[in-house]
Design a protein around this ligand. Structure first.
Ligand SMILES: Cc1ncc(COP(=O)(O)O)c(C=O)c1O
Length: 301
């Protein structure tokens, strides 16, 4: 147990990676992965994907970036920032191949229960005995139970890895807050009604957002199957003059939208993909409607 999934991931990266090692990160990625790899003295190696292939890597694309220095692979399904979800077949093929090549795999499953369209979650550590030994499963309470501020996460994996991670944590934060742990047990054992309710709400918001985004000229968005983010492509708006300013990249666009239209988006660049911006729909339908109205109006003016 740790103070959020974030701490568990850092602990594991510090255990597994040394100076000169390489860690493969499918891109777009959650912003903290590369920073953690760098903190361990290792090198992040990005495996780029786009909306055209639904932001998914394959066994073949993975094979191209593995070197003798590769130590580990990050997998995050459902994913932040794209909401992409791998099928069991896809995940099995990628993770089994990585393990066969001697890599460790951090499987960040923090959005495990936020899934749409009847998609089922699968845990790669269950794929085989070898996967059980080499996959470190990470999860937490911030997303599914909206307990972000409580700071509670966990990692499960081979005993020697978890023991080493525990040693690191002993000398940093000691342990996870005990009161929070009690609350976490309650979240897991209690009624899951709130989770089902929120997933239904998110589902409505996701469809609404994507439908409206795809009607805006210069914007296109694939339908996410998990998590609570939409990741529209906006690069067709670049190199155009908007409100008297030339927009060159995702930072320019989100700054302009914040300052002139009062809407908060997150630029795609820190997630590794400057052609996109990220929208979180962990906010009310009212806010979403208002935000999209402003976005539409601003671009059409
Ligand atoms: C993919 C992913 N992993 C881990 C985390 C960290 O979660 P926690 O609040 O449990 O540290 C986040 C939070 O944004 C995330 O999106």
């Amino acid at each position: 147990m740790s103070a959020g999934a974030k701490q568990s991931i850092l602990n594991i990266v510090l255990v597994l990676c040394d100076t000169g090692d390489e860690a493969i990160i499918p891109s777009p990625y959650w912003v903290s992965y590369p920073e953690m790899v760098i903190m361990a003295g290792a090198k992040p190696v990005f495996l780029n994907t786009t909306d055209k292939e639904h932001f998914k890597i394959t066994k073949e694309s993975l094979a191209e970036v593995i070197t003798p220095r590769t130590k580990m692979l990050f997998m995050n399904s459902p994913g932040n920032p794209t909401g992409m979800v791998y099928t069991e077949k896809e995940l099995r093929e990628i993770v089994s191949f990585a393990v066969e090549k001697g890599l460790y795999v951090i499987s960040d499953e923090i959005y495990e229960k936020i899934l749409y369209d009847g998609v089922k979650h699968v845990c790669p550590a269950t794929f085989s005995d070898e996967c059980y030994k080499k996959v470190i499963t990470v999860n937490g309470f911030s997303k599914v139970y909206a307990m972000t501020g409580w700071r509670l996460g966990y990692a499960a994996g081979a005993e020697e890895i978890i023991k080493a991670a525990t040693n690191i944590q002993d000398h940093t934060t000691s342990g996870a807050n005990s009161i929070t742990q009690k609350a976490g047990v309650e979240a897991l054992k209690g009624s899951q009604e709130s989770v089902n309710f929120m997933v239904k709400e998110f589902d409505k918001r996701r469809r609404y957002i994507v439908e409206r985004l795809n009607k805006i000229k210069g914007v296109s968005c694939i339908l996410p199957q998990g998590a609570f983010y939409a990741f529209p492509r906006v690069s067709d708006l670049y190199q155009r003059k908007i409100a008297g300013q030339t927009v060159a990249n995702s930072f320019d666009l989100v700054n302009l939208l914040l300052e002139k239209a009062f809407i908060a988006f997150v630029p795609g660049a820190p997630f590794g993909s400057d052609d996109y911006i990220r929208i979180s729909y962990a906010t009310s339908m009212g806010n979403i409607e208002k935000g999209l109205d402003r976005f539409e109006k601003f671009l059409s003016s």
